[in-house]
Design a protein around this ligand. Structure first.
Ligand SMILES: Cc1ncc(COP(=O)(O)O)c(C=O)c1O
Length: 413
């Protein structure tokens, strides 16, 4: 089917919740995808930090095929081996204690955190969760109430009760915002959708102290920054590498947890691990054997191939090269931020080439990069993100850098 045929069918029959780019992807191999109009694009977005081993990975395909021929789904009314194996692995990666709950997406994983908070605080009337400005926690009604971005809330009033936003990184305001109804604080260790903003160790330590002092849960949304993208399984483990005693009370996961198959999960620490008891929560597809096998194989490959370390060293290389580019083109590029392979590049304001269109500069640069052969992800008004597969090679990374350099030079000329 032609490129325009694919786009037209979707535009005609799919509810238009997404503003899509005019790119129709038919297949991929490794870190490249092919389009219906015959182009080969380097994918440094990996489906917004999701296809963490790239496309068409033969070992993932084999694991999936083998499991599909045995057992795809049976319901959580029964026990299956892959779910237990994956839960055991995730608990080990979280530090060795606690339990996990499986669901299908990041919004759903966060929903489990909200319900856990409410059930735990139920008798004392502690139901409220403080979240942060600029955060993103998903598109359900509770998710948009938790999210600190006005644009996702518009038109959906009344908001789900029990969420308030405080400035990210501001311990004083957070402390002042706590009321007797507050039950938890939820933050992203690295804010993704707002344009890659990293928490400092002092901020996370301060939140931990505050939560301990006021009997609140410290919840971390690891949906985008987790799963080895920053060099450790959880983003907080990278940020808090020099603070071995630090631990949150619970975390949400999704995106690359199963390398592109729909899976979400929460990890809850030991004191919380049985709060969500039988009948309090659930989802039909959560922890289905097919997806668990895919996630287990993903983790096995990441560990076997040393991809966590690779993410750190390749990430430093990318950041270093982008810093050089910023130094060469300060009129176009303002800043690079990130950890490991979660990188945000901020553009300067008022780039003349973008003045003709009302669309955000982040979208306009991403489109120019598409035309030059590269997929990246916009964030906020002026940031484009690199969230590549963890098995990106140095030569593919350099191909991406060369494309970015070409587009920046064009904008500067
Ligand atoms: C930090 C964070 N939390 C939650 C979500 C929502 O995840 P999902 O789209 O799988 O519901 C996202 C998605 O971008 C995210 O980045």
């Amino acid at each position: 089917m032609s490129d325009s045929g694919i786009q037209q069918r979707i535009d005609t029959h799919v509810i238009p919740t997404y503003g899509r780019f005019p790119v129709a992807i038919t297949h991929g191999e490794g870190c490249h995808v092919h389009t219906a109009d015959g182009r080969r694009l380097l994918d440094l977005g990996s489906g917004i930090a999701t296809a963490c081993l790239g496309h068409g990975h033969p070992e993932l395909a084999a694991a999936l095929t083998e499991q599909a021929s045995k057992l795809t789904h049976v319901s959580n009314l029964y026990y299956t081996e892959p779910q237990g194996l994956l839960a055991e692995k995730l608990v080990a990666l979280a530090g060795g204690s606690g339990k996990v709950f499986f669901c299908n997406s990041g919004a759903e994983a966060n929903e489990a955190l909200y319900k856990l908070t409410r059930l735990r605080g139920h008798e004392e009337g502690k139901f409220e969760i403080l979240t942060t400005q600029g955060s993103f926690h998903g598109r359900t009604l509770a998710g948009i109430a938790a999210t600190g971005q006005q644009k996702v809330k518009e038109g959906f009033a009344p908001a789900v009760e029990g969420f308030r936003q405080v400035p990210y990184g501001d311990l004083k305001t957070t402390r002042e915002a706590i009321t007797p109804a507050t039950g938890a604080i939820l933050v992203e260790p690295i804010q993704g959708e707002s344009g890659i903003h990293c928490a400092t160790p002092e901020y996370l330590l301060g939140l931990r102290e505050l939560c301990d002092e006021r009997n609140l849960l410290l919840l971390l949304d690891e949906v985008q920054c987790g799963h080895f993208r920053t060099g450790n399984f959880f983003g907080w483990q990278t940020i808090m590498a020099n603070h071995p005693d630090f631990a949150p009370d619970a975390c949400s996961m999704a995106k690359s947890l199963a390398a592109g198959l729909p899976m979400g999960a929460i990890w809850a620490s030991e004191p919380l691990q049985d709060v969500l008891g039988p009948g309090t929560h659930g989802t039909t597809f959560g922890g289905t054997p097919l997806v668990c096998v895919h996630a287990l194989k993903t983790l096995e490959i990441i560990e076997r191939d040393g991809l966590a370390k690779h993410a750190v060293s390749l990430g430093s290389h990318l950041v270093q090269q982008i810093q050089n580019l910023i130094a060469a083109h300060p009129a176009i590029l303002k800043e690079v931020r990130g950890l490991g392979l979660m990188i945000g590049i901020e553009l300067t304001e008022d780039i003349p080439a973008f003045a003709e269109s009302k669309r955000p500069a982040s979208v306009q640069i991403v489109e120019r990069l598409h035309d030059a052969g590269l997929l990246t992800i916009p964030a906020g008004a002026r940031v484009f993100r690199l969230l590549p597969p963890l098995n990106l090679s140095q030569s593919d990374a350099d191909e991406g850098l060369a494309i970015i350099e070409g587009v920046i030079k064009e904008l500067a000329s």
